[in-house]
Ligand binder design. Sequence first.
Ligand code: C2E
Ligand code: MG
Ligand code: MG
Ligand code: MG
Length: 286
Amino acid sequence: SAKEGGRGRHAMFEEPLDARLHERGALLADLRQAVARRELLLHYQPRVAAADSRIRSAEALVRWQHPGRGLVPPGVFIPLAEESDLIESIGSWVLDEACRQLALWRRQGRVLERLSVNVSPRQLQSGRLVEEVEAALLRHGVPWRQLELEVTESLLVGDARQASAQLAELRQRGVLIALDDFGTGYSSLATLRDLPIDVMKVDRAFVRDLGADASAQAITRAILTLAQSLGKHSVAEGIEGEAQAAALRQLGCDELQGYLFGRPMPAAEFEQRLPHVSAAVAPVMD
Ligand code: C2E
Ligand code: MG
Ligand code: MG
Ligand code: MG
């Protein structure tokens, strides 16, 4: 969340300004090469059905394997990419890689209902998201309904009508649209009315305090009730403990995501956890 981001950045503010600017510039210069140098990769975090704890879907989360700095988390380089034009090429790479991996798992008979991919407001502002998604799905032979896109209400800061028209078109083709980090933005209820969405993701800020804080519990209950009344699918993120999972099940949340069920992990590790159907059965999955 923004609050945590601010806390995390405190250490940086203690450095002299020119050192920070130099550091930023160096990172940005490296980031410009990252796609071409194949330094980006996706990790996959399981999302389980609340009813039976089986893996239903996964969220693809980008990482940057920097040659000198090791694995750089998206919280560090996505904001940089968003301030430059880099987010468009990174976003395209993420979409293509997610579809490539999905297609591979399908061919291997590994069962995953959906994969969700985070999309930046800038990708919607480019006006090319629909064609990019279509191209990636076609290139790899993935059906529209296997893809979910996670957006945040910050996309409404720009051209809201253009953004929601694109989401509506994607949704009409079968892509699911999820509203990420729900409850932490500035206009959650207006967003719900204005954006064509299928899924609401309850932010970790509320999940974290479930059981410890009565207001977190009340807000979570209200969000899940709202999701049910609006006919939206609900997902809670950031679940680390059994008590939180139990509370969310009791409140009627549909899908659960968090370290309790698995951290974001490399594809090779994630696929070990997917159910497998025999090659003879696999083609019927369509
Ligand atoms: P997000 O989309 O809200 O993703 C959830 C974040 O919460 C992930 O952090 C995930 O590792 C973390 N998380 C999941 N379960 C738990 C838990 O139980 N406890 C804790 N403490 N954390 C948990 P990550 O991977 O560092 O990503 C951070 C943010 O970076 C994402 O937040 C998303 O906004 C952005 N991001 C990640 N990948 C992409 C991408 O491919 N494109 C774009 N545009 N943004 C991305
Ligand atoms: Mg997300
Ligand atoms: Mg989130
Ligand atoms: Mg977030």
